[in-house]
Design a protein around this ligand. Sequence first.
Ligand code: 1CP
Length: 338
Amino acid sequence: MLLRTLRGEILNPPPLWLMRQAGRYLPEYMKTREKAGNFLDLCYNPELATEVTLQPIKRYGFDAAIIFSDILVIPDALGQKVEFRHGVGPVLKPIRSEKDIRELNHLRLEESLNPVYEAIAQVRAKLSPGVSLIGFAGAPWTVATYMVEGGSSKTFNNVKAWATADSRGFDELIKLLKEAITIHAMNQVVAGAEVIQLFDSWAGVLSPSEFDKWCIKPVKEITARIKNKYPDIPVIGFPKGCGVNYKHYAEKTGVDCVSIDYTVPLDWIDEALQPGAVVQGNLDPYILRQGGARLVKEVQDIKGALDQRPFVFNLGHGILPDTDPSNVEELVELVRIG
Ligand code: 1CP
């Protein structure tokens, strides 16, 4: 289903999966998570990563599984220290100079990420043939924000300052990431991923010229390299929060599908984006958490506006951890039955 839509077919009902469909809102995830110890141990344990990837498929029958991993396995595999602290989130030893960049390398990249590929192979073997398996990576800009800020940020002061004051030096980091992300994406395809999604969660903090330089250009190069080797593998791009720049992104990057965040109006998606691109999105995860009449109306509105052209139903960002699993069940019924 998902693959047919990504190749341009119109399906009714549209294929459905949700960003962060495996995660803390599911009691069965919390159980497995406890067994694993810390979060990165879960990402690097092929048996447990397989288990949590399949949990939402078993419960809801989504049309696609997304491999359970994280965008921050890339800095970890490049040799930057990454930790996930309870109640804090990711904490990294910040990279602030070209000297810091030189301490990172690709030497252990594939070896470190091998558990992800093993999990992909195991998941593919267990999924029924109609359910697609999505591999993913963070896009260079978004991964760089965590590497330079040393974790999540509200201001992005350090990374923005570096990118503008010394764009040549910062570009060295982006180059390193482009290479690592391309290798990681292709290895996921070899292991059994049938689609690649590139998450650019912080694309929305870039001004238009920076957006072109740090979001569109690197994503275009990564997509071209994947497609050069694997022409049949669709690439989905998610440049969250980029507003009208979604149109440039869809036109210039070469991705097969753009994933739209929940701030973008449906009539604009319909008029400006859908004639030129397959789109995925864009239910507000807060509305999913809220449930009730508002959820019913929003799902109807999204389907009414977008399902006459190739369209993948998804959220406009990841499921919130305190979402009631029964709201997700209701969403599945609303999308599939109406
Ligand atoms: O406590 C826990 O169990 C950890 C919570 C968690 C989970 C379930 C994190 C920590 N990552 C994940 C899994 C994850 N991350 C997936 C799995 C597959 C699925 O979707 O089911 C995916 C695709 C991601 C991608 C990811 N990680 C993104 C891009 C998408 C997005 O949400 O914008 C980002 C930005 C991250 C970084 C990250 N991972 C985890 C945290 C707390 C953060 C920081 C988020 C922030 O800065 O707000």
